[in-house]
Ligand binder design. Structure first.
Ligand code: GUN
Length: 286
């Protein structure tokens, strides 16, 4: 039986530490500020954005939320990004993905000032991560690393398998595991015989966005299994990429969905925003 790693519990601990640090920064006259931009009516995005705003309130950040219609032009979004780039109240800018069709996410991200790119999606930050220079850690992969650290097992020398190669999770996840000296393999939809790789994983991060992709018989006994998946099954229930029922008896440690990686992503976003606010203060000699 695996030990369940609770992202909800770890998040609560980290958020209370962040609140203490925020209070100290506020005492110096700096209030961390996050702007969250939601375009369109995607129901899942609405929930994520609401949770991000709630986290800001819990920790004591200033926040601005923009709910923009799907009919908005890219030009208008770029104007908003410009305004936020120049706002002294805002230290972090987040454009919730995915954007409605016709809007170029990459182009919009390119316009965010890298110092306010708390998602770490801007090419400057992606490049920095690749050369081992970590100003902002990408939120979901950073949350995954925190969950792995709670097991007390070192990543160094371990076979780490990441399933999924997205820019948001898979690729940066591989970089963070590599930084801690893991031997990293990235698998994806074109990988033949996925199980051949996953069965050898001491640390398995499932981030493919496919419900039930990883079954118990594909997992190395005693391994650490982190499930980044957020899928709706036929009954509308939120499920991960890992088939929990068959995986849990085999794994050594496993994260649940919900209550695993999800809350950690938001907590890491808060950590990046606090860091940005602190840097902003240093630059102004506050
Ligand atoms: N959509 C899914 N995950 C994320 C995330 O971490 N950041 C943003 N901006 N959008 C997302």
């Amino acid at each position: 039986m695996a030990e369940i790693i609770s992202g909800t519990a770890l998040s609560a601990t980290i958020r209370s530490e962040l609140k203490c640090e925020t209070d100290k920064l506020k005492a110096q006259g700096i209030v961390p500020g996050l702007a969250v931009v939601l375009v369109g009516e995607d129901p899942a995005s609405k929930v994520y954005v609401r949770n991000k705003t709630k986290a800001c309130e819990e920790i004591g950040f200033y926040h601005e939320q923009y709910n923009l219609p799907a009919t908005i032009t890219e030009h208008e979004i770029l104007d908003l990004v410009d305004t936020l780039n120049h706002s002294d109240k805002i230290h972090g800018i987040l454009i919730q993905a995915p954007l409605p069709k016709g809007l170029d996410f990459k182009n919009i991200i390119n316009h965010i000032s890298p110092e306010k790119d708390v998602d770490a999606f801007h090419p400057v930050n992606v490049g920095k991560i690749t050369i081992g220079d970590f100003d902002f850690l990408p939120c979901t992969p950073a949350g995954v690393m925190e969950l792995i650290h709670t097991t007390g097992i070192s990543v160094e020398g371990k076979n780490c398998v990441v399933v999924g190669r997205s820019n948001i999770v898979g690729k940066p996840q591989a970089m963070l595991l590599l930084k801690e000296n893991g031997t990293v393999t990235i698998c994806h939809s074109k990988t033949p015989d996925l199980a051949q790789f996953t069965k050898n994983a001491d640390i398995l991060v499932a981030a493919a966005g496919k419900a039930g992709l990883i079954r118990g018989d594909m997992i190395k006994p005693g391994s650490i299994v982190i499930d980044v998946g957020m899928n709706r099954n036929e009954e509308g229930k939120l499920v991960g990429d890992v088939d929990f029922a068959s995986a849990e008896p085999v794994a050594g440690f496993i994260t649940p969905v919900p209550g695993g990686v999800g809350p950690m992503t938001i907590t890491m976003l808060m950590k990046n925003t606090l860091r940005s606010a602190r840097n902003h203060g240093k630059n102004k000699n506050l």
